[in-house]
Design a protein around this ligand. Structure first.
Ligand SMILES: N[C@@H](CCC(=O)N[C@@H](CS)C(=O)NCC(=O)O)C(=O)O
Length: 213
């Protein structure tokens, strides 16, 4: 059995990775990285992930960076756990397209709303405005879709639900109004009630409590 260690920050996008590890029932250690104090730039953490980002999963001493890559590694390691719905051929490829869409479009764009300072040396407002504009249409489309189906991929839960739920939480934290989007509101409630999400939150809380000892 491989030794796994996840570097994460409670509330960060590493919550998606945590939920994946919990969902498949992996045994893993976790270590906090305090982004607020800049720990991701410390020599100690850069020796683990030279990109200075969480999540970072270390598997038998080898680094896997990037949420989507980590999620795929977990999915391939536990293929029957249902991190993505059972599929083959083009359907399987489309699932990957959605996962990459979440990590390459939604994730950085929502950061323009919630942490605009990452994207400009000037005033944050125009960046937030642009982020909101870019997300408005895809959010409305996802809302319509989720009014008619339970999960991102229809009737099967997947890790894309957790990723999307996390993104919506960040958008809301940045002031994007989601309360009128019934499909998204109910999807977030369902996702947050799912055992994988709840376990991830418990794991984050335990890590924080450890850090305060
Ligand atoms: N493309 C990366 C992005 C990861 C990312 O941006 N992580 C944030 C936390 S949500 C981070 O480590 N931020 C610290 C920093 O950029 O200094 C992924 O999908 O894993």
């Amino acid at each position: 059995m491989a030794e796994l260690r996840l570097y994460h920050q409670p509330g960060g996008c590493s919550r998606v990775t945590l939920a994946a590890l919990e969902h498949v029932g992996a045994a893993y250690e976790d270590r906090l990285v305090d982004l607020a104090s800049g720990e991701q730039h410390s020599a100690e953490f850069l020796a683990i992930n030279p990109r200075g980002k969480i999540p970072a999963l270390v598997v038998d001493g080898e680094l896997i960076a990037e949420n989507a890559a980590i999620l795929l590694w977990i999915h391939h390691r536990w293929p029957d756990a249902g991190l993505l719905p059972a599929s083959s051929g083009l359907d399987a490829t489309r699932q990957l397209a959605d996962l990459f869409w979440l990590s390459s479009f939604w994730h950085p764009t929502v950061r323009a709303i919630r942490m605009p300072i990452r994207w400009t040396t000037g005033a944050p407002e125009p960046v937030q405005e642009r982020g909101s504009l870019l997300l408005a249409e895809p959010l409305a489309r996802m809302d319509r879709l989720l009014c008619g189906q339970t999960w991102w991929f229809g009737e099967s839960w997947s890790i894309c639900d957790v990723y999307f739920c996390w993104i919506c939480g960040i958008a809301e934290g940045g002031g994007y109004p989601l309360e009128g989007m019934k499909g998204i509101v109910l999807h977030r409630q369902r996702t947050m009630a799912h055992p994988a999400f709840r376990q991830a939150i418990l794991r984050e809380q335990a890590a924080l409590a450890r850090g305060q000892e």
